[in-house]
Each structure stands twice: as structure tokens, then as C-alpha cells.
Design a protein around this ligand. Structure first.
Ligand SMILES: NC(=O)c1ccc[n+]([C@@H]2O[C@H](COP(=O)([O-])OP(=O)(O)OC[C@H]3O[C@@H](n4cnc5c(N)ncnc54)[C@H](OP(=O)(O)O)[C@@H]3O)[C@@H](O)[C@H]2O)c1
Length: 287
């Protein structure tokens, strides 16, 4: 997968593969486990070797499925990002959560480790200390955060004594513009931080939205609305994205979004004129 590099030399795929909907497998449907692992293997073979997961996904099962899917791969060939849930963030709880994630994944280290979201009660300074210690212990390579506003991101960075937060993963797509209204996009661009957009096709809604047809961009780029939605993100400075699909054709369609480049004028046009823009996430608000 082609990567985007920051000035710090941290690099990440233009598009990662997300594991959120690889759901809990019930006793009544044990075959779903096989399906989840096969879906992951298909995505990896198709070129998605940057993978986003979290302890919470699939009720602690997505990490296990990912571990099974990558068991025959060299560890270095797969980039794994995982997350500790926002309600589990004391120093000891973070260290324990990371250990458990590594065990479920059957790997020795994580490339990225995030705090999934911020909750009022958590001590950000203590949390960043735990993250820095995990880097020193070789359990994680880089520290990220998720769903942090500009203000919280700045505060979190101020507690890091040795390492820089390399990215913030947030809800951002043609519909949902909170990273723009919060100033986060600009802050990340000015401070060499990757803004990682999740929900790039807004759960499939952007793939079926007619606006990109009306605006003439489907014809101009000979691309589908899903590909245009992804392309609009990945060709903005410091922005990369994470999509999920369990459908082989959709995975291929989305990966073809890497094969063209939207002009800066069209990126600006869509930023300004795309209809139905919303300035607060309906998934997890920045906080
Ligand atoms: N940090 C956080 O708080 C957070 C929150 C949400 C998500 N995430 C991460 O971001 C990843 C992606 O976000 P997401 O899964 O919520 O949203 P998404 O990628 O925008 O949407 C996934 C849905 O869109 C459909 N889809 C994908 N490509 C399509 C296409 N070309 N045409 C039609 N439908 C298409 C998929 O259905 P099919 O399977 O039928 O293709 C799937 O149901 C997650 O898996 C997760 O890893 C992180």
C-alpha cells in the first residue's frame, strides 16, 4: 500500500482497512468467525496491509480474528493500529489493556496505540505517561489519539515528555466536517500530525449519494461516488483514511481510488459546495 509521509518521517497508508463491523460471533453462528477471518485475509491479499482495530471491536473478538488472519505473514509486513477504550485509562489499566491486545493478536508489538476517546474523568497526563512507557518497553511504536479536539490534542501533547503524538483519528468525510469547524484539520497540517479519517464513505451513504453525479465529478474522473469520496480525503495535506467493507467488489472499488488524483480546485469545490454538510459528528464528537 502506498504511504503518506510526514516531515517527521512517520508514514501511514493512504488507506487502511478497518475492522469495526467484524462483529461478535454468537454460539448460534460459529461460521461467522470463519467469514470474518476470510474477509480480513481477502483485504490483506488485495493490498490492505495497514489495519485498524480496537479492543472493543466485536466484543474483544476483532483483534483475535486479525491475529488469525495474519498468522502466516511476517509481522513487519502488516501495520497494526489498536485502541484502548476511553473508559479504561488509568496508568495500570492501559498497560494491562495493551498486554491483552497483544495476546489476542498474537504479536509482540503494535505499530500504533490509541486512546479510543476521551472521557471526563480520565487523567490525561497519567494516560500519556503510560503510552510513553509502552513505547520505551517496545510494546508500541507510536502514540496516537482518537476523537480528540484541537484543544485536547494540544493538552495531550504537552504531557508527552519524549514522544510526539503522530496522529488523531476522527470522523471526517464529505458530510461530516467537525475537524474543519474545530480547526483540527488546519492544526494537524501546521503541526506535522496525520489526520486519519474514519467513515470515509459514511457507512455506504456516500456511495449512493447523487450529489457527486450532479456536480459532474463522476463523469469528469470516470470514478464512482465512493472512489471520489475517498480520493477527496487522501489528497488533502496530512489526511489519510480508514474504510471497511466485507464485500470483495467494494474493497476493489475502494482501492482503485488510489489510481487518480482529484485536482486542488475540485477538492476546494467539494469542501465549499458539497451539500448536506454537518459540523458535529453523529458517531463520537470531538472532545
Ligand atoms: N476511532 C473511532 O472512534 C472509530 C469510529 C468508527 C470507525 N472507526 C474505524 O474506521 C473504519 C471505517 O469506518 P466505518 O466502517 O464506520 O465506515 P465506512 O468505511 O465509511 O463504511 C463502511 C460501510 O460502508 C459500506 N461500503 C464501503 N465501501 C463501499 C462501496 N464502495 N460501495 C458501497 N458501500 C460501501 C460497507 O458495506 P459493504 O461491507 O457491503 O461493502 C460498510 O457497511 C472502521 O472499520 C473502524 O476501524 C473508528
Amino acid at each position: 500500500m502506498i504511504t503518506k509521509k510526514l516531515n517527521s518521517w512517520f508514514e501511514m497508508a493512504y488507506m487502511s482497512y478497518g475492522t469495526w463491523p467484524l462483529w461478535w460471533v454468537s454460539e448460534a453462528h460459529p461460521e461467522d468467525e470463519k467469514k470474518s477471518v476470510e474477509t480480513l485475509r481477502y483485504a490483506i491479499q488485495a493490498g490492505c496491509n495497514y489495519i485498524d482495530t480496537a479492543e472493543l471491536y466485536g466484543c474483544w473478538q476483532s483483534e483475535k480474528f486479525l491475529g488469525q488472519a495474519i498468522e502466516n505473514y511476517d509481522r513487519e509486513s502488516i501495520f497494526i493500529a489498536s485502541k484502548v477504550r476511553g473508559s479504561n485509562v488509568s496508568y495500570d489499566a492501559i498497560k494491562m489493556a495493551c498486554k491483552n491486545s497483544l495476546e489476542r493478536l498474537w504479536v509482540g508489538y503494535l505499530d500504533l496505540y490509541y486512546i479510543h476517546w476521551r472521557e471526563e474523568q480520565f487523567d490525561l497526563a497519567e494516560c500519556m505517561r503510560a503510552m510513553e512507557d509502552l513505547v520505551d518497553e517496545g510494546r508500541i511504536k507510536y502514540i496516537w489519539v482518537c476523537n480528540f479536539s484541537t484543544q485536547t490534542l494540544k493538552e495531550a501533547q504537552s504531557y508527552c515528555k519524549k514522544y510526539k503524538i503522530v496522529a488523531n483519528q476522527v470522523h471526517y468525510n464529505l458530510f461530516f466536517r467537525e475537524p474543519e469547524s474545530d480547526g483540527l484539520l488546519q492544526y494537524c497540517q501546521e503541526n506535522d500530525i496525520m489526520l486519519v479519517s474514519y467513515r470515509p464513505v459514511e457507512l455506504g451513504k456516500l456511495a449512493h449519494n447523487p450529489t457527486l453525479h450532479y456536480m459532474g465529478l463522476v463523469k469528469k474522473y470516470n470514478a464512482t461516488p465512493a472512489q471520489l469520496s475517498l480520493n477527496w480525503l487522501i489528497h488533502q495535506m496530512n489526511v489519510v483514511t480508514i474504510f471497511h467493507s466485507s464485500n470483495h467488489e467494494h474493497i476493489q472499488e475502494n482501492l482503485w481510488a488510489l489510481d487518480f488524483k482529484m485536482s486542488p480546485e475540485d477538492i476546494a469545490l467539494l469542501r465549499r459546495d458539497f451539500k448536506w454538510q454537518l459540523f458535529e459528528s453523529d458517531c463520537i464528537r470531538l472532545g
